[in-house]
Design a protein around this ligand. Structure first.
Ligand SMILES: Cc1ncc(COP(=O)(O)O)c(C=O)c1O
Length: 383
């Protein structure tokens, strides 16, 4: 019911605290199955100070718009491109939808089709439905990466684009993007890489010596990349990123916004009014942590995931789905539903809907949390 009279701030806050007390929080260490994390305190400071900025009306917030451009520029550089075109958006879902929209608009075919791996994120299902694009699913190989031969067999005159994934949602697998890029160039079809998760992991992991295939704009067939600062980038939700190799992709999805207080602009994002503070936080976190800072975060997450995978393998009745590529470790047990139910009852934020339990070694997850989890898992599996 909409209240007739207001209550004091304290009373309202008290009620909020009570009602959210059943939420799991990242700092409790209990959330093991999420790609988000507790935001960096500096990012929170930036958001608080610049909370009123609206990038939907950039004529009013000219400085913020320039900072968003600089953030896109730094992300482009991280992904091997001197100058890219894009936006800080609401998340990986919006970024993926924008890429499919750009490919569809530029292709101009009547019955557009998109080829994507069976492991692709469900945001592409939304994209397909909203944009009237038929999704053509490509098979996976035994290592859970996309079967590039199958992708090739599925190319038709209606294919508007190919999707490759650099860090799959379930297993953190990186597709053979170099082979997909060659294929895309051979057939003259644009390749979009969904690195929503991997974008803030792979460049640093490679610098640390991990053997991961190339995945970014250094490969000429790659025309766009999704990279999410609100996953391993340590920025508060919402902060996704879409980067295009050329301006023509942004132009293909831009709509004239004629009435804004700051003047007429061309707008490419799906959201109109959108948070400037989060884009500023992306810029600020990159400036604050730098490549070395992110490398440190990734080193810890990667080392912890190798240790965790090793410990899991010691538990009878537990098997790894595959060796981890990034900081995601997925495993199965005999009676998986029961295992999931029991672990959840013990307060763990995990899920098993894909036929395995996925643990994401985000920066808020520490060894002591995992030791406690392993202890619970041992008991549950034995029962
Ligand atoms: C590979 C991949 N792409 C896209 C998304 C969607 O991102 P968001 O939830 O930020 O919209 C996710 C989310 O987990 C993902 O793992």
């Amino acid at each position: 019911m909409f209240p007739e009279r207001g209550e004091s701030e304290e009373e309202v806050l008290e009620e909020l605290r009570r009602k959210t007390s059943e939420d799991l929080t990242f700092d409790s260490g209990k959330i093991l199955g999420s790609m988000c994390t507790y935001p960096h305190p500096f990012a929170i400071r930036v958001i608080t100070e610049f909370i009123d900025r609206n990038l939907g009306d950039p004529g009013l917030h000219v400085g913020s718009r320039k900072i968003e451009e600089e953030a896109v520029g730094m992300l482009s550089n991280l992904l091997g491109l001197e100058k890219g075109y894009g936006h800080i958006v609401s998340g990986g879902t919006e970024a993926n939808i924008l890429a499919v929209r750009a490919f569809r608009n530029l292709a101009g075919v009547e019955e557009p089709e998109l080829i994507l791996p069976k492991s692709a994120h469900f945001s592409f299902i939304k994209a397909g439905e909203m944009l009237g694009v038929k999704l053509v699913w490509a098979k996976l190989k035994r290592d859970y990466s996309v079967d590039v031969k199958d992708v090739e067999e599925k190319i038709t005159d209606n294919t508007i684009g190919i999707i490759g994934i650099a860090g799959t949602t379930g297993l953190g697998v990186v597709d053979d993007i170099p082979a997909l890029s060659d294929l895309a160039l051979e057939y003259g079809i644009p390749l979009h890489v969904d690195a929503a998760f991997g974008g803030f992991v792979i460049p640093f992991a490679k610098a640390l010596g991990y053997d991961i295939p190339d995945f970014d704009f250094r490969l000429k067939g790659v025309k766009s990349i999704t990279i999410d600062p609100h996953k391993m980038g340590m920025v508060p939700i919402p902060a996704g990123g879409i980067i295009f190799r050329e301006k023509k992709y942004i132009d293909a999805i831009s709509v004239l916004a004629p009435y804004l207080a700051g003047g007429r602009i061309w707008q490419a994002t799906i959201t109109g009014t959108r948070p400037g503070a989060n884009a500023l936080a992306v810029w600020a976190m990159i400036k604050h942590l730098g490549f070395e800072g992110y490398k440190k975060i990734v080193r810890q997450a990667m080392e912890l995931s190798r240790w965790f995978a090793k410990e899991l393998k010691k538990i009878p009745g537990v098997h790894l789905i595959r060796e981890p590529v990034l900081n995601i470790v997925s495993f199965s047990t005999k009676n998986l539903e029961k295992t999931e139910r029991e672990l959840k009852r013990r307060g763990w934020g995990i899920s098993a809907h894909r036929g395995y339990i996925r643990i994401v070694l985000m920066p808020h997850v520490r060894k002591e949390h995992l030791e406690e989890f392993l202890g619970d898992l041992r008991e549950v599996v034995k029962e």
